[in-house]
Design a protein around this ligand. Structure first.
Ligand code: UT7
Length: 339
């Protein structure tokens, strides 16, 4: 079914915001399930059947979140055929900034030469990239900025407890980026729904390193500067929140799930994606999945998947795509785009 432009909220009051370039980067080093089975009490069989993950990428010691983010950004800039100096705003969604301050976006600015941009980080865990898309959209539709660089980048392996088999098998490192800009025509972001529920802030978090538990020897010894997660509860909330975000974004767009050519979900667990496919009533083949190769790269995951789907031709001009994410906070978001 083709959308009726007259019923679109965007067509009446919104300036079309398009993604004019995407890019991604993952580190060279691969850590397989076999490698992990020599580090903790786990197996390829357990990780594959419970998560779908086969391997993940690990950043080098001196490879920071901003290094990965800048590499992804330069690829997006190249594809968009713009100069870095045309970028008005850089948003970096990350849970693993290079430092608590300044913002990782400032380091990225320096690395890519986007000298005219304002820079800030977004703290929305794995959902951050789509929060960035929404913020970019608001700045562009309000005519404040023309060109915004949104990046999802994380080095989760820098806050992984490598002795905890419940979490260390899940995560990997990487970055994905997109350039958003107003462009004539209908192609672009149609709707975005973002949401949060702080009541569940204690099921996925890192307690140490902030003002509550500053970096002290004792806090580090207590493993407070690593990811803490109640897996089962996160799983349950992830399915509920992603389903709800998908439905709200579709409703705002005036589209049905059957209009969507490709769903690009957060890449945390294949079972979560299967549950969502089942409840939306669409086949798994409609979902772009790369978690088998990268694990959960947090804010980077959906951005890397978008770039791969774009560059491989999995999504084509005129396709309606749905991106849907979930993260600690809790945070969630859904976005419908006409590609
Ligand atoms: O970006 C969002 C971030 N997080 C997520 O999306 C995570 C959401 N949650 C999940 O994906 C799943 O809950 C997990 C993959 C984390 C765990 O799967 P599960 O089916 O919920 O397993 P479980 O936690 O109930 O554990 C089942 C068993 C336990 O053993 P017992 O108590 O039954 O003897 C665990 O100790 O599996 C054990 N286990 C493992 N065994 C081998 C937990 N981790 C491992 C492991 N290898 N790596």
């Amino acid at each position: 079914m083709k959308r009726q432009p007259s019923s679109s909220p965007r067509s009446t009051k919104r300036r079309t915001v398009s993604i004019i370039g995407t890019g991604s980067y993952v580190p060279e080093k691969i850590l397989t399930n076999e490698d992990l089975s020599r580090m903790v009490d786990t197996s390829d069989e357990w990780i594959t059947t419970r998560t779908g993950i086969k391997q993940r990428r690990i950043a080098a010691k001196d490879e920071n979140t901003s290094d990965m983010a800048a590499k992804a950004a330069l690829k997006a800039i190249e594809q968009a055929k713009i100069s870095p100096k045309e970028i008005n705003l850089i948003l970096v969604a990350t849970a693993t900034p290079d430092m608590l301050f300044p913002a990782t976006a400032c380091f990225v600015q320096k690395k890519i030469g986007a000298t005219k941009a304002a820079c800030l980080d977004i703290s929305a865990a794995c959902a951050g990239f789509l929060f960035g898309v929404e913020i970019a959209q608001q700045f562009i539709t309000s005519h404040t900025y023309d060109t915004v660089l949104v990046i999802g980048a994380d080095k989760l392996t820098s806050i992984t407890n490598w002795t905890d088999r419940n979490t260390c098998v899940l995560f990997g490192d990487g970055a994905g980026a997109a350039i958003l800009r107003h462009r004539g025509g209908s192609h672009g972001v149609i709707s975005t729904h973002i949401g949060s529920d702080g009541q569940y802030s204690d099921i996925l978090f890192m307690p140490g390193g902030g003002s509550r538990c500053p970096i002290t020897r004792d806090n580090v010894d207590l493993n407070l500067a690593t990811i803490h997660m109640t897996g089962k509860e996160v799983y349950k909330q992830a399915v509920t929140a992603m389903l709800s975000a998908a439905k709200k974004a579709l409703e705002q767009a005036g589209l049905s799930i059957h209009d969507i050519a490709c769903v690009i979900p957060h890449q945390a667990n294949l079972r979560i994606i299967e549950a969502i496919a089942d409840r939306l009533g669409i086949p798994l083949e409609k979902f772009y999945v790369n978690l088998d190769r990268y694990g959960n790269t947090s804010a980077a995951a959906v951005a890397i998947a978008l770039d791969e789907a774009n560059r491989s031709g999995r999504i084509k001009s005129g396709d309606y795509i749905l991106m849907v994410v979930f993260g600690g906070g809790l945070t969630w978001a859904g976005t419908v785009i006409e590609w």
